[in-house]
Design a protein around this ligand. Structure first.
Ligand code: GLN
Length: 241
């Protein structure tokens, strides 16, 4: 089996180790003899190349880099939405989902109109409002996910389900206990860390979904030895700060 993974603006959008998520996806596929091709989805990418993707990843970015990417990303909005509407999964961290909602208001008060794929809006209230920084624990269905957040923007969901519930940390806004959002098989989250190394169950959920959509059948992934990954997960789960 083969997978093509599209990576949104790798040179602009990969804060706090987010590129580590790509390495996890590559390794977990390789260990199972699934061939992986990574393509950047950025200024040079054609719609046809985007259509060939089986999974999309987008990492975090500072306001400035988000501002540099958004005009080009908007041109790709309808192609990406078509992909997601036929079930292609995605993982979007922090700055990326802010651009996939209706808009992101930067710390300087500049409104970046987003793709509107996730029914939500994000606002940075300026330097006087403290950033959300720290290790996080969330509940994802009956499981836990751990991460690290560092964002000035706050996200408010409209008619869209959160990805998870906050156990520790701010999550979307520090007010309503929601964390991230879900559109079809796409996950938005504020979790850096990077996220997937300590959450192998989320990595495999994404890989299985990508294969299911591509090959049109239910996929049982071969189990891997994840003892180190779960040790890291457990450590973060019980860490005091
Ligand atoms: N610039 C955005 C914010 O501060 C996103 C930051 C990030 O991706 N870590 O909210």
């Amino acid at each position: 089996m083969k997978l093509t993974i599209g990576w949104l603006y790798p040179e602009l959008m990969s804060t706090y180790g987010d590129r580590g998520n790509i390495f996890v996806l590559i390794k977990r596929c390789e260990w199972r003899k699934i061939m992986v091709r990574i393509i950047p989805v950025d200024f040079r990418t054609t719609d046809k190349e985007i259509e060939s993707c089986d999974l999309i990843f987008g990492g975090g970015a500072q306001d400035r880099q988000q501002g540099l990417a958004i005009d080009n990303l908007l041109k790709k909005g309808s192609t990406l939405k078509k992909l997601f509407d036929r079930g292609v999964p995605g993982l979007f961290v922090c700055g990326a989902p802010q651009l996939l909602g209706h808009y992101y208001m930067t710390g300087d008060g500049k409104k970046l109109i987003g793709l509107g794929i996730f029914d939500m809006e994000s606002k940075h209230f300026g330097k006087d409002k403290p950033r959300c920084i720290g290790n996080t624990v969330y509940r994802w269905n009956d499981k836990t996910v751990v991460g690290f957040e560092n964002h000035g923007g706050r996200t408010y969901l409209a008619n869209v389900k959160p990805f998870a519930t906050v156990v520790k940390g701010c999550g979307n806004n520090g007010e309503d206990k929601t964390e991230g959002a879900v559109y079809k098989n796409c996950i938005a989250t504020y979790s850096h860390g990077p996220f997937l190394p300590k959450n192998p169950h989320v990595a495999d959920w994404l890989i299985a979904k990508a294969l299911e959509v591509k090959y049109g059948k239910k996929i049982e992934l071969a189990p891997l030895d994840d003892s180190l990954e779960w040790q890291a997960h457990e450590f973060m789960l019980h860490k005091k700060s």
